[in-house]
Ligand binder design. Structure first.
Ligand SMILES: C[S@@+](CC[C@H](N)C(=O)[O-])C[C@H]1O[C@@H](n2cnc3c(N)ncnc32)[C@H](O)[C@@H]1O
Length: 242
């Protein structure tokens, strides 16, 4: 996979810049349009502008035959609501940030799917009931690696940074334990992150990554390539269920 050569410091600076621009709190944005719908945005929640990838991932996810959908890191709730509107009868939407959980519940009610979307706080899988299983699990993860001692001071920073990719490692290691038989696990990654480190993190977690699709979009005038991956168990042949 190709990636423009950038250093840890370059990527970290880009992350700080994104955090400054994408948190609704910075400019008082309270609503936005995406995918032909209007959405509420609470202060501090990641603002999925066109170009951020949320628009593409949300329409690229294979929701068919997946009545029970789990989204980790739901942010404003666009993908969770979209899933409920496109065939998923039971959507669980979680985020480590409370404001995102509230925002998702707000948008689910706004679009008439409040009865099908359960929003709750969870740090990756740790706050879900141990026996909960899903047909499809997805995370548009926080793509920029932060130093291990990075201190989160604003909600929106959670949408950009992951300390040493430790949350991603937990997600990749634990996601298959959350699937129903035949269930599928997905994750996104984009060219603002460190592709070599994600491959290393996947190896450490003992999983494979099979690319289902990609799209390059302009984010603040710069081309960013967004990729959607299926997470494969070590024994699962690549591309079996593309
Ligand atoms: C790139 S944003 C995506 C938000 C939304 N899904 C979207 O596409 O617009 C990543 C999301 O993951 C959440 N997140 C970060 N670390 C997390 C963790 N350890 N557990 C759960 N959610 C987390 C962030 O708060 C943020 O909402």
């Amino acid at each position: 996979m190709q990636q423009t050569e950038t250093t840890f410091d370059d990527r970290y600076r880009t992350g700080l810049d994104l955090a400054a621009r994408l948190g609704g709190e910075t400019d008082g944005t309270e609503a936005f349009e995406l995918l032909g719908r209007q959405w509420d945005l609470l202060p501090g929640v990641f603002w999925p502008r066109p170009g951020t990838g949320t628009e593409w991932y949300t329409t690229a996810i294979p929701y068919r035959n997946a009545p029970r959908f789990l989204e980790i890191g739901c942010g404003a709730g666009v993908t969770a609501v979209w899933a409920a509107l496109h065939g998923c009868g039971h959507v669980t939407a979680t985020d480590v940030v409370e404001s995102a959980v509230r925002n998702t519940a707000l948008n689910a009610a706004r679009h008439g799917v409040g009865d099908r979307v359960r929003a709750q706080r969870s740090d990756v899988f740790s706050d879900l009931a141990p026996d909960e299983r899903f047909d499809l699990v997805f995370w548009n993860c926080s793509v920029i690696e932060a130093p291990e001692d990075f201190e989160f001071t604003r909600d929106v920073e959670w949408a950009i940074f992951d300390r040493g990719y430790s949350a991603l490692r937990r997600y990749l290691s634990e996601v298959h334990d959350r699937l129903t038989p035949g269930g599928r696990a997905l994750v996104t990654f984009n060219s603002l992150g460190d592709q070599r480190r994600i491959e290393e993190t996947a190896r450490q977690a003992g999983v494979g990554l099979h690319r289902l699709g990609e799209s390059t979009r302009l984010l603040s005038g710069e081309g960013v390539t967004f990729r959607l991956f299926e997470i494969l168990r070590p024994e699962e042949p690549r591309g079996e269920r593309a």
